[in-house]
Design a protein around this ligand. Structure first.
Ligand SMILES: Nc1ncnc2c1ncn2[C@@H]1O[C@H](COP(=O)(O)OP(=O)(O)OP(=O)(O)O)[C@@H](O)[C@H]1O
Ligand SMILES: [Mg+2]
Length: 605
């Protein structure tokens, strides 16, 4: 027990060690047989290194002192054999270790991404995408480095050093003792430099994130960057990141190289002392030179693994920065989990009911305040209102992206909070306000609506969304790539592709967030017709800014300041002469009282 407590204390003091223990504990079993094999070859490598130092005594004594002719035959042969075995072992251990490492990285990256997919929208909102990109691409590598560093240090280097120490001690215990003088200096230096390398490494990650961010924004927002001539500003950001990475890189090199330099100087001191002592022994006691040369050979060979070992702590500390980020992610509890006993949504008619729903993205600034409304089954319900009133938020809550603070949301009487996310989302088709296309072909993007759809069904959906005609004029038709974020198709075309995607999904509940905002009047008219086909008999909630869309609705709710302030049909609301009527007169009529098809967007009630 005291031992365990001591170990626990040590780990609390040494977070790097704790991290390492965790990585090894979690992955040890899976990789144990392969590590055993790698260690076996490291042992062979270490033994042959020690043997090659040992043989030096016979080289000197038998060949150069005693002039044994037989020795001239067997010693070179033995050396050849030793080095062949050493080379082979070196190759095998390196390949095995690399394979373990690569496998570890790929498994961990998959695990991290799976974990991220199970996170809610809030998780993504709290983290810049650059950080997530970096997390997946480099933090697993850092953890792998920790494993490799340990395997190489305690496998190859410690065993080699151990073997060489055995040679040294058997040749001359006194000379071995002299070598220990360097130890305390080395220990002190390791301790001091570890702290510094950690700060440098953290700085490096931060700066790399800045670089990714500047690059991503420039690439995705290149039109805005050029149009507003933001090249200078982007250049400054990028340069800041790049220069910081350079500085941190230099600092880390300086720390590591400083360590190497120190080891060299200490080796010099030790070798000088050893020669002094060996020379004195040779003069006074007549010791054979072979013994001394074997010792020196072992000492020189030891400097290589020793140098690496002395850097172990530094490298571990640096790698731990990334590995810690990996665990920060993996330890974040999955935030999108079905409630205990969640049931599958069974849509009968598709009635949607919000009852006194209260919701805030940020604590203290409510976006929806006791919002209540009903979207009757199988009908089209329009949500209208000023920008920022909370319309898109209603859609977010309906799909379970966020949960309301108070109140309830029910579909056909089933509370959304008690439904499985999968069944809920399967039965809702969304055309969102921000058109989003994946980097793939048009077909891929439509098929995202229902992945098992046939090519005929894809074409049908595109026809219904009035996208088929323009798609056919493209050189590769449905196989035309849309470019990253759909940059190679027009805004209106993008919108029609996302409409086709929703058509294809064939869900009983449809959410349309301004589905026709980027279309010309003629296309809009056609789409409106297509929409009535789509929405026919399905519960449709449409956030409407266009008169045509509003007029098509069976019921209209006016959303303002997080509440539904008015409800009714177009005629009823006009008659009531309230907020809707004001909005209507302001937006859709000119001074002569004639209707003009202006969008309602950004209007003030
Ligand atoms: N993800 C978010 N995090 C924090 N606040 C948000 C978020 N999304 C929206 N908001 C805030 O909530 C309020 C309602 O936003 P919402 O997107 O629902 O408005 P909207 O009615 O759809 O407006 P618009 O007609 O402009 O699309 C706004 O004040 C907005 O700033
Ligand atoms: Mg909106």
């Amino acid at each position: 027990m005291p031992l365990i407590r001591a170990l626990a204390n040590l780990m609390a003091e040494r977070p790097t060690l704790a991290l390492l223990v965790r990585i090894m504990r979690e992955n040890g079993r899976a990789y144990a047989p392969r590590y055993a094999l790698a260690f076996l070859f490291m042992f062979v490598f270490a033994s042959s290194t020690a043997l090659s130092a040992w043989v030096m005594r016979d080289v000197i004594n038998q060949i150069f002192v005693d002039h044994h002719p037989a020795a001239l035959a067997w010693i070179p042969m033995a050396i050849l054999a030793i080095f062949t075995v050493k080379g082979l072992a070196s190759y095998l251990q390196e390949v095995i270790l690399a394979r373990i490492g690569n496998r570890f990285v790929s498994e961990t990256q998959k695990r991290m991404f799976d974990h991220m997919l199970r996170m809610d929208i809030g998780f993504y909102q709290a983290r810049p995408s650059n950080d997530l990109i970096m997390l997946v691409t480099s933090s697993a590598n850092a953890a792998r480095d920790m494993l490799n560093i340990i395997a190489l240090s305690f496998g190859r280097d410690a065993m080699t050093l151990g073997g060489l120490v055995v040679v040294m001690v058997t040749q001359d215990p006194m000379m071995s003792a002299i070598c220990l003088v360097g130890g305390p200096f080395l220990g002190l230096a390791i301790k001091k430099l570890s702290l510094r390398i950690r700060t440098a490494m953290e700085g490096q990650y931060y700066s790399v994130s800045t670089i990714i961010s500047a690059m991503r924004e420039t690439s995705q927002g290149i039109r805005i960057v050029k149009s507003f001539q933001l090249e200078g500003q982007q250049r400054e950001r990028m340069r800041g990141g790049i220069d910081a990475v350079r500085r941190m890189g230099n600092r880390m090199t300086a720390i590591q190289a400083g360590m190497n330099g120190l080891v060299e100087v200490l080796a010099g001191v030790v070798i000088a002392l050893v020669i002094l002592y060996a020379g004195w022994r040779n003069f006074s006691a007549g010791d054979t030179p072979g013994q001394f040369f074997a010792f020196i050979a072992a000492l020189l060979m030891a400097s290589d693994p020793l140098r690496r070992l002395s850097r172990t702590q530094l490298q571990l500390t640096a790698a731990a920065v990334g590995a810690r980020m990996m665990y920060d992610l993996l330890d974040t509890p999955v935030s999108e989990k079905d409630a205990l006993g969640a049931a599958d949504l069974k849509v009968t008619g598709g009635e949607v009911r919000f009852d006194k729903v209260r919701f805030a993205y940020k604590l203290g600034t409510p976006v929806l305040i006791d919002l209540s409304f009903v979207a009757p089954a199988g009908q089209t319900t329009a949500l209208v209102g000023t920008s920022g009133g909370g319309k898109t938020t209603i859609f977010n809550l309906m799909q379970g992206f966020w949960a309301p603070e108070r109140g309830s949301i029910a579909i056909d009487g089933q509370l959304v909070s008690g439904l499985t996310f999968a069944s809920l989302r399967r039965q809702i088709a969304l055309v969102s306000q921000d058109v989003f296309l994946f980097d793939g072909t048009i077909r891929d993007n439509i098929k995202a609506g229902r992945q098992d759809a046939s090519d005929e069904e894809v074409v049908e959906a595109a026809e219904a969304a009035h996208a088929d005609a323009f798609i056919r004029t493209l050189p590769h038709g449905y196989d035309t790539p849309v470019g990253e974020l759909g940059t190679q198709v027009s805004g209106g075309q993008r919108q029609r592709i996302t409409l086709a995607r929703a058509f294809l999904k064939n869900a009983p509940i449809i959410l349309l967030d301004e589905p026709t905002s980027a279309l010309d009047s003629e296309t809009e008219l056609v789409i409106q017709r297509a929409l009535s086909q789509l929405t026919n008999g399905r519960t449709t909630l449409v956030i409407a800014h266009r008169l045509a869309t509003i007029l098509r609705a069976d019921l209209i709710h006016v959303v303002e300041g997080g509440r539904v302030i008015e409800s009714g049909t177009h005629a009823e609301l006009l008659r009531a002469n309230g907020a809707y009527a004001r909005l209507y007169h302001l937006q859709f009529e000119n001074e002569d009282g004639n209707v003009v098809p202006l969008p309602l967007r950004h209007s003030k009630l």
